[in-house]
Design a protein around this ligand. Structure first.
Ligand SMILES: C[S@@+](CC[C@H](N)C(=O)[O-])C[C@H]1O[C@@H](n2cnc3c(N)ncnc32)[C@H](O)[C@@H]1O
Length: 297
């Protein structure tokens, strides 16, 4: 008979450890508890998922069990797996995270898809600005797809910018990227960022401050508030960005903005007010209008 440590007092077996931990996380309200336990145990053991399945009846030692237990205790408090492990996959690349950076979302890959589609020829030597760059995931993913492009990631947070630089080094695009601190809500910020650019991308904070209590604990308690909230209607940064396009963009340049649910209409109107031609919205994996693209006339 196979048994876990809490049943028999012998060395614990992987499948049983996973079952016990998944029950714990489910009771704490964690969605996808089984999958999260597998990821955490894989990280604790340094094993890939295939090996975990193959060797489900193997015992693990006390140090490995303690590491897994520590990970599960953190997830039980609703800390996301990506924060526990300090990394997140985005655009099939691994990005380091820290407490100052948003945990990149799969939905934001629509920004990359839209940018690549709009640019067409990947060998164009375009200059890109990424406003509110966080971990740098958007700019670094784009630079990895566009070998002759260069870009500037802009953020208010020095700690986020340091990490973005580290991510650029990891992915071999540091020679084509720079990272600048600026406060987009302060007058004149656009004068010090190296404009004009051919492409401006942004996934700015867009959650209305009043919606804080509706957020999942993983977001509310672990993403930095500065990365989330944007005034009463969530549109503060779109107003600032669209106001600045005249200074930021080349005349025929492109702007690509990630938006929250229900914000496609207002952001389209803002772009039109500033003379941009707006394209049909790009949808995320759930079919939500997620990315708005505008081009200069
Ligand atoms: C929603 S996060 C996006 C991060 C990253 N681009 C991504 O897609 O994962 C928004 C970013 O805007 C930055 N930010 C917030 N307020 C800012 C401000 N006033 N000026 C510049 N950046 C700001 C935050 O630090 C955060 O990194």
């Amino acid at each position: 008979m196979r048994c876990g440590a809490d049943i028999c007092g012998t060395a614990p077996v992987i499948d049983e450890l996973l079952r016990i931990a998944a029950r714990r996380l489910s009771s704490a309200g964690v969605p996808n508890a089984v999958q999260d336990c597998r990821l955490l145990l894989g990280a604790a053991l340094g094993w890939d998922q295939a090996r975990l399945i193959r060797q489900g009846d193997s015992a693990i030692d006390a140090a490995q069990q303690a590491q897994f237990e520590a990970f599960v205790a953190r997830r039980e408090k609703r800390e996301p797996v990506s924060r526990i492990l300090g990394r997140r996959e985005f655009w099939s690349m691994t990005f380091a995270l820290n407490g100052a950076t948003l945990d990149p979302r799969p939905d934001s890959e629509a920004v990359i898809e839209a940018a690549l589609a709009m640019l067409g020829d990947p060998m164009r030597p375009v200059r890109i600005a990424d406003l509110g760059t966080g971990s740098g995931c958007l700019l670094i993913a784009l630079l990895s797809e566009l070998p002759r492009a260069s870009g500037t990631g802009i953020d208010i947070s020095p700690a986020a910018l340091r990490l973005a630089h580290q991510n650029a080094l990891t992915h071999g695009v540091d020679g084509r990227s720079e990272w600048r601190q600026a406060d987009l809500l302060r007058k004149g910020w656009q004068e010090s960022v190296g404009a004009p650019f051919d492409l401006v991308i942004a996934n700015p904070p867009y959650i209305p401050v009043g919606a804080r209590s509706e957020l999942a604990p993983e977001v509310r308690d672990y993403d930095p508030a500065d990365a989330l909230f944007a005034g009463a209607d969530g549109l503060d940064f779109y107003r600032v960005i669209t106001n600045s396009l005249h200074d930021l963009l080349q005349p025929a340049g492109t702007v690509i903005l990630e938006v929250g649910m229900g914000q496609a209409g207002p952001v389209t109107s803002l772009l039109r007010t500033h003379g941009m031609v707006v394209h049909p919205p790009w949808q995320d994996l759930a079919g939500v209008a997620r990315v708005i693209v505008g081009t200069g006339r």
